[in-house]
Write a protein that binds this ligand. Structure first.
Ligand code: CA2
Length: 161
């Protein structure tokens, strides 16, 4: 089992020997959460979502590394990092969900349980959002429940850890 080496923001922190580590990765434009399109994505900011995840992680005995990037390659790098530093991955890959074989390959190579999360119900939206490449690497998929989806994903990984 991986031990905690980093916390949110990438700063080093002291690991608790048996604390499972979960990487919570967010893709492009999710830094805009709460600032635009509240009718689709709600009013919570990504910082609010991170706070919610940190509170859930404390309750569940997990350590989380919470990150967001607008760059596909950076997300691939973080998934590769998770292979040696994490016990599981929660990912909202944003629009890369529907386009990225690179993220799918990285997730498969990570060999960790993956839960895919979407804030919105992608099946009630445009048809191009109905297909996810990364679902092929996911143990479970949660969509349409807003930020609570992240908490449910952490609960699922805590059960698996
Ligand atoms: O519902 C989700 O969580 C999505 O992953 C969000 C992506 C979208 O491309 C996926 O189809 C579904 C988009 C994230 C963009 O978030 C914004 C938030 C506020 C304002 C603008 C974009």
């Amino acid at each position: 089992m991986a031990q905690q080496r980093k916390k949110s923001g990438g700063k080093a922190s002291k690991p608790a020997a048996s604390t499972p580590v979960v990487y919570v990765l967010n893709g492009p434009n999710l830094n805009m959460l709460g600032l635009r399109q509240p009718e689709i994505y709600g009013r919570d900011t990504l910082a609010d979502v991170e706070k919610l995840c940190q509170a859930a992680a404390r309750r569940l005995g997990l350590a989380i590394v919470f990150r967001q990037s607008n760059h596909e390659g950076e997300l691939v790098d973080w998934i590769q990092e998770a292979r040696s530093h994490a016990d599981g991955i929660v990912i909202n890959a944003g629009a890369y969900t529907h386009t990225s074989v690179a993220l799918l390959d990285a997730l498969n190579a990570a060999e960790k349980p993956v839960i895919e999360v979407h804030l919105s119900n992608i099946f009630r939206r445009e048809s191009f959002r109905h297909h996810s490449y990364i679902s092929l690497a996911a143990k479970g998929v949660i969509c349409g429940l807003g930020p609570k989806g992240y908490v449910l994903a952490l609960e699922a990984l805590a059960d698996l850890a």
